[in-house]
Each structure stands twice: as C-alpha cells, then as structure tokens.
Write a protein that binds this ligand. Sequence first.
Ligand code: IPM
Ligand code: MG
Length: 356
Amino acid sequence: MKKYKIAIIKGDGIGPEIVDETIKVLDSVSTKHGFSLSYKEYLLGGEAYDVYGDPAPEETLEGVKNTDAVLFGAIGGEKWDTLPRDKRPETGLLKLRKALGVYANLRPVTVYDELINASTLKPNVIKGVDLLVVRELIGGIYFGEPRALEEDRAYNTMVYSRDEIKRIAKKAFEIAKQRRGKVTSVDKANVLEVSQLWREVVEEVAKDYSDVTLEHMYVDNAAMQIIRDPKQFDVILTSNIFGDILSDEASMLSGSIGLLPSASIGDRYGLYEPIHGSAPDIAGQGIANPIATIASAAMMLRYQLKEEKAANCIENAIKKVLKDGYRTKDISSFDAKEIVTTYEMGSLIAQYVSKE
Ligand code: IPM
Ligand code: MG
C-alpha cells in the first residue's frame, strides 16, 4: 500500500476548523482508494510567532521538506497586525513559499452550476466559466530589494529576471496545452519596464508552443474583462501581485471566496492552500466554508501524489453535496435545502466520498 506523509499547517483564525474537515475527507478518500496518509503538524504564522517569536520557525521550514506535500489552512489576524513586517504572519507564509521554491501558484476558477445564483454576476455571464490563474509566487514586488519603510517615504521594488519569467511562462503554456489552448499574459507594459521584459520573455516561450494562442492584456483592462466576459479566459499568466489581486476578483465569479482552492508548485515541493484568508471575524463559530481547503487537498492528490482518481472522487463529492442543497452560511442564500456548519459540511463530503 502506498504511504504518503503530509505536513499539516492549520494556522490562525478559521485555519484549524477548515483543515480538520479536510483531514476527515482525506481519511475517507484514502481508505476508499487504498493508500495511507500520515500527518505531521507544523506551526506557521501568528501561532508560530506566539510560540517561537518567529512566524516561520526553522523547524517548520526544514521539517516540511521531509514530507510528500504540505496542506495549509490560513494565517493572520488583528492580534499580530501591529508587529513589524518580519514578525507578521504573512511574512511566515512568504518565507515558506520561498523555502519550498513553489514558484507557480495555480488558482482555478470554476463556477458550480448548483451555485450559479450565488454570484453577484448574471448567470449568463458566468455559466460555464473555467479559467485558471497562473500566478508567479516567489518573485516580483513581494520579494524585490531594495525595500524600506522610512520616516517620510517608503519603497518596494518590482523585479523579475529573465529566468523567473521563463519558468512561470513555460508552466502556463504546458497547462494551457492540456486545457483549451489559450494563454492571456497580464502585465502593465505600457508603464513598467519589468512588464516589458515580461512580455518579451513570454513571446519567446510562446514560440515553443505553436498549438497555444497567446494574447497580452494590461492588468487594468484584465480586471475589467474578468467581470465583463470571464468566459474569454482560459489560462491567465501573471506576476505575483497582479495574480494576487485578480484571483480575489475572479473568485467572486464562483459566488464565494470560500470555494476556491490553489496549488503552489515548484520543481520539487508542493503547497496546497485555499485562496482565502484566516477570516478572524468568523473564527470558532462553525460557519466557515471548508470547501476551498478540501478542494485544495484534491489538487494535492492530483498534482503531488498522482492519485488522480481520489482527486476526482473528492471533486465529485463536493459537487453532489452542493447539488443536494447543503450550504454553509456564505453560500446559504442560494437554493439552500439545509444550512450546515463547517463540521457538518466536512462530514457530508467525507460521506459522499465513501459512497462515490
Ligand atoms: C494570498 C494571500 C497572501 C498573498 C497573503 C496572506 C500574504 O493574499 O495567498 O493570496 O498576498 O499572497
Ligand atoms: Mg490574496
């Protein structure tokens, strides 16, 4: 029997609740598909700061490298908001991504037919949307030097090397080949030099993929087009900060940010996390939606552990649970048969998995 070691980082806010439900589903799917998972917990973010005085303890950064994949909940909260940047929970997450070398962040946006009315957009605009944001994750303005907060001014640097652009562009084209064969590269080349280089390198990479169509779009226009006509997109290739912003925007196509998973991959390690944050305002109330994290676990099975059938099984179970009208609070005003807690949603998906 295949055995996989999974690093678990629950994090702050709703992190522990949504990860616990995900583990339930993983246990169910592994039993069903004949492999075994063992879990080891690591601290990161605010909780790690409280224990170690460091949001990204060495023990975590090194420890997770001895596992097959990392499943992550969420980090951050008001309690840590006034700390200097290097102590903030967010810095912990950025250090983890960097340590794992996970340069490609894949954020699929699919609209569940069952939740078509959950979106603030009209059904005819979003029905059939199936796009993937490929966000560069360990470079750009998030990491650029020099950076400083001085008394009367502050600055950051948006920097990309040719190699960094090349590897993320390749990833986007490879994925587009398996999908509908279109890459929209999003930049701000009319203003930023870093985007000019981005465009040049993406053009070069495109030459190796004659079966994929490439178009360029300025980020301001892309922000508008995602709302105007999201179906025009297949793969959106973009930098760290533009991808951060556009993926939150795109999540609203699906009705709730609580639905969207992500996979962060590199040459070796993989980190799987929902795209939403730690939502401290609703933590501990049992109303958080665990679906984004559960769907991230499905991506982990597919991309990291190559357990494609198990991944499909989880995704089908999510669809069926929604189809049968079970809703957490965030999506409860739309065709709900029964409003369920975080815990109940996890149990339902785990049950449906075993029945798949
Ligand atoms: C995300 C989050 C993070 C990011 C924060 C928490 C550092 O917004 O994963 O999108 O900006 O990458
Ligand atoms: Mg974000």
